[in-house]
Design a protein around this ligand. Structure first.
Ligand code: CO
Length: 211
């Protein structure tokens, strides 16, 4: 059997198992999804959002990219955000990074990853630059990477709060709350790093009036 055929085989077995456990398992989700959460995570294969949170299909709306960035010129991310906030009306948005993130490591190096990836990673380099003093005070590379991973998650949560999409929802609906988490590959535990509840004051520079 070819590797991709194993995936299809596993899929059939999974569907049969779910149906055996609950005959309505698939039917209940055919017409509507009402997830409470939007998850913005890293594309890394070792951090599968639904598995590490034991959630079922229908529970989390998911967007993943390299190093879980919220970039306001990213049409993909912004469309997901718009749909999740304004149509699905999610109550919580989680930005989840992870220690050992290849994107963070790459951004800390001086390697040329070619244009597209260089552009993407520059967002992380900018965070390093802003916090250079605190980061460089740390003893070793691993500590620096971990700290930058946490700073990155914070920054992405702030980036969400800077958008008119979030500010409008906060004004009109008192949701969603924003959460920044970091997952540890070593023990599978998620560590909350930052929380911005709906309506939290942000830097006035980023506030939009008359929303
Ligand atoms: Co990663």
């Amino acid at each position: 059997m070819k590797p991709y055929e194993i995936l299809l085989q596993e899929n059939k077995e999974w569907a049969a198992k779910k149906l055996a456990e609950n005959p309505a398992y698939f039917e209940r989700l055919v017409h509507v999804q009402t997830p409470e959460f939007l998850w913005i995570g890293c594309s890394d294969s070792r951090v599968p959002p639904d598995q590490i949170t034991q959630t079922d299909p229908g529970e989390i709306f998911i967007h993943r990219n390299v190093a879980n960035l919220v970039v306001n010129t990213d049409v993909n991310l912004m469309s997901v955000l718009d749909f999740a906030v304004n149509h699905l009306k999610v109550k919580h948005i989680v930005v989840c990074g992870h220690y050992g993130c290849g994107g963070i490591k790459a951004a800390m190096s001086n390697k040329d990853y070619n244009q597209a990836l260089n552009m993407w990673l520059q967002n992380i380099k900018d965070i390093y630059r802003i916090h250079r003093k605190e980061i460089d005070e740390l003893q070793n590379e691993e500590q620096k990477q971990k700290f930058l991973t946490e700073l990155n998650v914070k920054e992405q949560v702030f980036n969400l709060a800077k958008t008119a999409i979030i500010q409008k929802a906060w004004n009109a609906d008192k949701r969603p709350d924003l959460h920044g988490w970091v997952y540890d590959l070593h023990d599978g535990i998620i560590h909350p790093i930052v929380e911005l509840n709906a309506g939290t004051d942000i830097d006035p520079l980023y506030e939009f009036h008359h929303l």
